[in-house]
Design a protein around this ligand. Structure first.
Ligand SMILES: Nc1ncnc2c1ncn2[C@@H]1O[C@H](COP(=O)(O)OP(=O)(O)O)[C@@H](O)[C@H]1O
Ligand SMILES: [Mg+2]
Length: 254
């Protein structure tokens, strides 16, 4: 059952680049404080969907979007303050994108640009975000060294800390574990279990079992079509509504 007030509601979302349609009208709702899993092979439209949700698809001139997205019941596409809106949505890309800055400044960058100047306040926020990303203990003695000198797994956690520095309500993760080792992946999965207490998480994952471990509900996207969306356990139990889902989650796909 979906709670009556959705954190995010997507209605008949369609996306095309030029005349190539890549999302064919998908609808779903995500209740607050849940991890919502998104699975599907490459080119299914997963990243495009996230870029619609945080409204960065508007940077792509030939992208055409129709349908509706509501956040807390408000129409996201009609919000005049796009920057204010984007701050409410955190985004973690598949590969860590560190700014060529110190560890501290990577996390302080966004809050400073929103006007936070007080050193104690910034220090506290940087520490909180690094703690939430399970990176604080490893970097607290070298906050002044370059973020790009960290290991891949640490950089991905730094990316998460940066996403959290906006204090987002919705955190989108796009295949965050594609370039990191299983131990770091598990560490970040634990982080996500903590974070869902305070935010709504959209977990696009290349590891279908990761959706099973973390997501209450999961959506299976295939070639821009929503094949199935529902209770994760049901989808993974071999009892999915659509045979294609059973095939995909059991790894028999393609
Ligand atoms: N900027 C773009 N211009 C044209 N086509 C694009 C662009 N971005 C993505 N696509 C196409 O849209 C389809 C969906 O891509 P994407 O959203 O990245 O899917 P996924 O994340 O599931 O791999 C693919 O066919 C891809 O080539
Ligand atoms: Mg993608």
């Amino acid at each position: 059952m979906v709670a009556s007030i959705a954190k995010l509601k997507v209605e008949d979302l369609k996306v095309a680049y030029g005349d190539k349609q890549v999302i064919h009208g998908i609808s779903y709702e995500i209740p607050p404080n849940e991890i919502f899993g998104v699975i599907g092979p490459a080119q299914s439209g997963k990243t495009s969907m996230l870029r619609v949700i945080n409204r960065t698809i508007e940077f792509t001139p030939n992208a055409k979007v129709s349908g509706k997205i509501e956040i807390d019941g408000e129409d996201a596409f009609r919000m005049k303050d796009v920057y204010g809106y984007r701050r409410r949505i955190g985004m973690v890309a598949p590969l860590p994108v560190g700014l060529p800055l110190t560890i501290y400044d990577n996390v302080a960058f966004a809050p400073r640009s929103f006007g936070m100047k007080d050193k104690d306040q910034l220090d506290a926020l940087v520490q909180k975000c690094l703690e939430q990303a399970a990176l604080w203990d490893e970097v607290k003695d070298r906050l002044d060294s370059l973020g790009t000198k960290l290991s891949g797994g640490q950089q991905q956690r730094l990316t998460i800390a940066r996403a959290l520095s906006h204090q987002p309500e919705v955190l989108c993760l796009d295949e965050f574990s594609i370039a990191i080792d299983p131990v770091t992946t598990m560490k970040i999965e634990d982080v996500l279990k903590e974070l869902r207490e305070s935010m709504t998480i959209i977990l696009v994952t290349n590891l279908v079992q990761q959706a099973r471990r973390l997501a209450k509900r999961t959506m299976f996207l295939l070639n821009g079509e929503l094949v199935e969306e529902g209770d994760t356990e049901k989808m993974f139990s071999g009892d999915a509504d659509n045979p294609k889902t059973n095939e995909f989650v059991s790894g028999a796909f393609g």
